[in-house]
Write a protein that binds this ligand. Sequence first.
Ligand SMILES: [Zn+2]
Ligand SMILES: [Zn+2]
Length: 233
Amino acid sequence: MNPVLSLCIPGSCVICGRRTHRISAFASGSAVCDHCVPMIPRIAAPERCEICSAPTTRSLSRCERCRRIDYSFNAHISVCEYRDASSSLIRAYKFNGRRSLRGLIAQLMAQELPFSWRAGEIVPVPPRRTSVRKRGYDAVGEVARGIGRVCGMPVERRLQSVGRHEQKALSYEGRLKNVSGKFRFIGPSTISRTPVVLVDDVFTTGATLSECARQLKTAGAREVFCLSFAMEL
Ligand SMILES: [Zn+2]
Ligand SMILES: [Zn+2]
């Protein structure tokens, strides 16, 4: 079956499109077959950037982007690269109504969460105002709650989207300008746990996470670490 068609058909794997009864134990009921979970493209590089976790070369501690950009967050990690199986998964979850995939996505993200971050609280990047109405659910918020359950961490909604901010610009600078002032801290006023673990689905340039981290730090967060499902490299 064409994987694009399968996105809309319940009971078929959202990655390969095959109809299957062999559903991964991870993804009970979420329609990703056992063959496809290992196909999610993990970032397997011996040297990783200490800030954004992208692969680096020549034993550099920071990638080219992080030597140029001063992000407001302290560090970021991602489960996988955003391509092939992982982009099919995210598209099915966000745009084709496969809401049950939140369990698999949350499990995979929870596995990557360092133990040193788990004393803190999770804050999801808030949805755009129109997207919940369009999809019927807050995709990132539901994954964040799943990670919180797996890791035993509290999940707080501390940020809200303000106005419109379609991310069409390609560069970090363009995207940062686009999201500047588009997130508002909504409390509660004290952030007592540290660190704050900011959760998003896809890391593209880091502009959204940086702007959200800036708001949280202005509101008193000492450290903000970011966890995304997939990263564009
Ligand atoms: Zn499959
Ligand atoms: Zn980097």
